[in-house]
Design a binder for this molecule. Structure first.
Ligand code: ZN
Length: 265
């Protein structure tokens, strides 16, 4: 960030030579030399879509949110309100905060990052799951390298806690084309979260932290490798403690970035 400010300041010095003293000081105060492109930008040229689940205001727009949309051979409601911790910290806000951290770090590493929503506001809704599902498919430079949909679960099962990663099945004509790389992305994201000391979910099918599902438009409509990660169970007091702390969210973000980097090699 400092370097970018200095570059902008340099432009300002040229444009306004008479009022540039403070700007010129700021420019020369940057002690860091430019870093080599390859070391600083290992993800240069990569395009990554991050999908923070559920706009915060969805519950204020029930008619729009309940409208049926294409979901991959069937229809589903546009979206849902998402879950929350017992004390009312919303899933929408949690996944927004984590997604922003992930996006910022991936951009630092040189990637082009696109989010499926640009705000976290009570007076906004959507996008619908079909839009989220297609978000990585047709970008100006071709499809994204991957799409990561970020959610948290809301299970009332006793003792339910931990993360799991949902990946699409071999199902023509919807996800037969992406199920293999998506499965590899799921394994990479799981490894990234394990490396940050998060535990796999104790309550989902298989118990290995990877779930295969065909009922999610966000996955079904994708033409690029994609997974949905449920970072934890917001109804678990222990998971909620981590989710509601800035340090905990930073740890989730490190796990996801690590997973993305593992996948991209
Ligand atoms: Zn969700």
């Amino acid at each position: 960030m400092l370097r970018r400010t200095a570059v902008a300041a340099g432009v300002l010095v040229l444009a306004l030579p008479g009022v540039s003293e403070d700007v010129a000081v700021a420019q020369t105060a940057d002690p860091r030399p430019p870093r080599p492109q390859t070391a600083a930008s290992p993800l240069a040229g990569r395009v990554i879509v991050i999908d923070p689940g559920h706009q915060l205001g969805n519950h204020n727009f029930p008619r729009r949110i309940n409208r049926q949309v294409p979901a991959g051979g069937f229809t589903k409601p546009c979206n849902t309100t998402g879950t929350a911790t017992d004390r009312g910290y919303p899933e929408a806000t949690f996944v927004w905060q984590v997604s922003r951290l992930v996006g910022a770090r991936l951009r630092e590493l040189g990637a082009t990052v696109r989010l499926t929503r640009q705000s976290n506001r009570q007076d906004r809704w959507g996008p619908c799951v079909d839009v989220r599902g297609r978000a990585g498919n047709a970008l100006p430079d071709g499809g994204a390298d991957l799409k990561l949909s970020v959610h948290a679960d809301g299970s009332y099962a006793a003792g339910a806690r931990g993360f799991h990663v949902i990946t699409p099945p071999d199902r023509a004509p919807w996800t037969a084309d992406i199920h293999r790389p998506s499965r590899r992305l799921a394994s990479s994201v799981k490894a990234g979260l394990l490396a940050q000391r998060f535990g796999v979910a104790s309550y989902t099918a298989g118990g290995d932290g990877i779930d295969v599902r065909s009922d999610l438009a966000t996955l079904n409509l994708s033409d690029v490798p994609t997974v949905m990660v449920e970072l934890g169970n917001m109804r678990s007091a222990s998971d909620a403690r981590v989710m509601t702390s800035p340090a905990g969210r930073a740890r989730y973000a490190r796990g996801l970035v690590s997973g993305v980097r593992r996948f991209l090699g």
